[in-house]
Design a protein. Structure first.
Length: 766
């Protein structure tokens, strides 16, 4: 530490008296910026009291501190023992002479540094003897050899020469004027700064004033002469370069004015930076105010928020008023109690991790009106550090995610329900992207269905193919290729090998889905366990085949004895009918009628069973010709009933079985003629509508109609809606129609109104 006794050589009792007299500040710090000694004119630059000073950081005015720390780091990491430079005092708009010296001694293993700060204007007014004596005072190797009682000189012209020497070396432009504003002398930099040549005359001050933008220098000089107060302004030259202009009275030893000293310091770089900084600050100020995010800064040492942007009011349901303060106390009062400790732990975590990456946390605040919690998402990173790298404050951007949180919660509930539904239905979703090297995604539900783990199935679609039965694999691959080309819905039943090494039946469905994010086509589908259903269908199919075979054989074998009965009834009538009594004749007629009806029933039953067993003969047919043949076959029925039949133009090429489609039209047309009210002429319309993927046919009549509750029943075998004596038939005709349409992979249905008619519709694929 510098010994105060040293300063007795300058006839001052304390260093402060000497340093304040010459506008000098001395600071002694170690390598960690810890202050060991401070003295002199420190109030000019410090923002805290002397006795509270512990660290250089946070002690000086911010702009001086930033510049000085750069100088300190420069000499700290260099081999030089002394550094001399200048920095700019924004507060006083003055240049500060900086000198930093390394000491030769160490304290606690740390080197000490002596920092000298001196205002350039004041430094021009003291004699070089001060500087010499100060050098002796600061040299720790020569404390015992300090000279005493050195005289202090003060001469006006030496002052000017001293200032001129300093100004020339520092690049400062200066002008000396007398009290009548005549220019006595000026630095060559003035011509360079303002682009004019100077002469020692009164007229030059007017000419010079015209070369300056922003202030009238001549008027300011007169003002300083009248008031005696120092004047500092910022001006520009004609090229827009910024300067700090200082105008001050020069006085003699008795304090009488002798003239004026004008000094101009180039501050363009600083001014431009300041203007840009103001623009940036204004921009970010508006951005913060209009941003949907709340910006906060958190002081680590004080453990409180040093700044909270006012738009927090919107989040919490408060009205944002002008000049209303939303500070730490307000912010802490609205945070959900259970989340305060979480938020504090979050900031500790950010500080401990030293801001390597931004950290996020979700927490809640209470809404003023609803009293319900509002969810927020905070993203935090380090904002300020000390010179030693210690985290001082943290900046946080906070967003309102309350709506998003609700959607996520609802989505989670929905997902849980969907998963439960899929588990109950024994189904699972799957996805395959052909554009990403056959990448596939299988959910947990699919793994549960087949017993394999996700790692055993793999993430490639090709790997899944190895689990598919050999007989199903090739058709499955071909179907998927067609799906990607035609973009149609795909559905197949395939066998997949389970963990128990058994092949089980699954129904797989798929559809192309083009992603809006990466514009890639993906195959998305479902897989449903149908093994028990498939087994039941197989058994049912086998049973139906046996029943169909039985019906065919029964009807075929019954024809022969029935024909024998019919033949003998005919012979019996020819020989014995007239000899029989009336009652016997009636009984014989009953037997004959029943035999005829049984023959018709056996015929229809045989035709119905043949529809299932006979393979279709698919070929292109002209439906106009088929309908014409049907009408020709039933022309007697048409003639007897007087039916009026209107046929529109029908498709000329339909792939179908001619015999079955002919039977279909015949059944529907004869039904339209048969089921009529008495004394009504049948009116029948036959037509077709060309749909996109199929033909839709219709047969419309004006018959008795069908009640809506019987729409499905009439297509079942042996289902009759009327007594045989009212309308003849066996109840098999419409069942045959339904089977024919099923054979052709179409649909059949009807619309009807009682006593107004019925329209039958059916479709045939193109």
């Amino acid at each position: 530490m510098i010994k105060k006794q040293t300063f007795s050589s300058l006839k001052k009792s304390t260093p402060e008296e000497l340093f304040v007299d010459i506008g000098l500040t001395i600071i002694c710090v170690d390598e960690n910026c810890v202050i060991h000694f401070i003295s002199g004119d420190y109030k000019r630059y410090c923002i805290v009291k002397k006795e509270l000073v512990t660290n250089l950081v946070g002690t000086l005015l911010p702009e001086i501190e930033v510049q000085l720390l750069k100088c300190f780091q420069q000499i700290k990491h260099s081999d030089s023992s002394i550094l001399k430079t200048t920095i700019y005092d924004i507060e006083d708009r003055k240049c500060i002479i900086v000198e930093i010296r390394k000491t030769l001694k160490f304290q606690g293993g740390k080197r000490l540094y002596v920092i000298k700060l001196q205002n350039e204007v004041i430094s021009a007014l003291y004699d070089i003897n001060y500087d010499e004596q100060l050098s002796i005072a600061l040299n720790e190797r020569s404390f015992e050899n300090t000279p005493r009682n050195l005289p202090i000189k003060d001469d006006f012209y030496k002052h000017k020469n001293k200032f001129k020497t300093f100004a020339d070396s520092a690049g400062v432009g200066w002008i000396f004027l007398d009290l009548k504003l005549n220019i006595l002398s000026c630095a060559s930099e003035i011509s360079h700064f303002f682009g004019i040549e100077f002469e020692n005359s009164r007229e030059m001050i007017k000419k010079f004033s015209e070369a300056i933008i922003g202030h009238d220098i001549e008027s300011l000089c007169k003002q300083v002469i009248n008031t005696g107060e120092l004047c500092v302004v910022e001006v520009q030259n004609n090229y827009g370069i910024w300067f700090s202009a200082t105008i001050q009275l020069d006085k003699d030893d008795l304090g009488q004015p002798m003239g004026l000293l004008l000094s101009f310091f180039n501050i363009h770089e600083y001014k431009v930076a300041l203007i840009e900084r103001k623009k940036v600050n204004d921009f970010f100020g508006k951005l913060v105010k209009t941003s949907p995010a709340v910006i906060t800064t958190y002081d680590i040492k004080k453990q409180q928020f040093s700044y909270v942007s006012s738009n927090i009011a919107r989040f919490a349901g408060y009205t944002e008023r002008k000049n209303e303060v939303f500070n730490n106390d307000f912010f802490m009062s609205i945070i959900y109690n259970n989340d305060i400790s979480l938020l504090n732990a979050h900031y500790d975590d950010v500080a401990q991790k030293n801001g390597a990456i931004p950290l996020q946390i979700e927490y809640r605040i209470l809404h003023k009106e609803t009293k319900k919690p509002v969810w927020l998402l905070a993203t935090s990173s380090v904002y300020q550090r000390s010179a030693a790298g210690e985290v001082l404050s943290i900046i946080t951007s906070t967003q309102n995610i309350n709506d998003t949180k609700k959607i996520k919660q609802e989505l989670a509930v929905f997902t849980e329900r969907v998963q439960a539904a899929f588990k109950c239905s024994r189904s699972a979703i799957w996805e395959w992207s052909s554009g990403q090297k056959n990448k596939a995604w299988w959910p947990e539900e699919l793994c549960d269905l087949i017993g394999w783990s996700s790692s055993e199935i793999g993430s490639s679609f090709r790997q899944l193919l190895g689990f598919i039965h050999n007989d199903d694999r090739e058709l499955f691959i071909k179907s998927l290729k067609l799906l990607s080309q035609e973009n149609k819905h795909y559905e197949k039943d395939i066998r997949i090998k389970t963990k128990q090494r058994q092949f089980k039946w699954f129904r797989i469905s798929a559809k192309i889905n083009e992603s809006e994010i990466d514009n890639q086509k993906k195959v998305v589908g479902t897989l449903t366990y149908i093994h028990e259903k498939k087994q039941a269908e197989h058994k049912l199919k086998k049973l139906n085949e046996e029943l169909e075979r039985f019906a065919y054989l029964a009807s075929h074998d019954l024809k022969e004895p029935l024909n024998t009965i019919t033949s003998f009834i005919g012979l019996f009538k020819e020989e014995f009918y007239e000899a029989l009594e009336s009652d016997a004749q009636q009984y014989l007629q009953f037997i004959e009628g029943a035999t005829i009806r049984m023959g018709s029933l056996i015929k229809d039953l045989l035709a119905y069973s043949q529809l299932e067993n006979v393979s279709l003969k698919q070929e292109a047919n002209n439906l106009n010709l088929i309908v014409a043949d049907v009408l020709n076959d039933i022309k007697k029925t048409i003639h007897v009933s007087g039916a009026l039949i209107c046929v529109s133009e029908l498709p000329k090429e339909v792939i179908c079985d001619r015999t079955q489609i002919r039977q279909l039209f015949q059944n529907l047309i004869t039904n339209s003629i048969k089921y009529q009210c008495k004394n009504t002429i049948p009116k029948i319309t036959i037509g077709c509508v060309d749909r996109k993927e199929f033909y839709e046919f219709f047969i419309k009549d004006n018959g008795i109609g069908i009640h809506k509750k019987h729409y499905k029943r009439i297509f079942e075998v042996f289902k009759r809606l009327h007594l045989p004596e009212d309308y003849e038939g066996n109840g098999i005709g419409l069942a045959n129609c339904n089977r024919i349409i099923n054979n052709h992979h179409g649909n059949i249905w009807l619309t009807s109104e009682l006593n107004s008619g019925t329209t039958f519709y059916f479709t045939l694929p193109k």
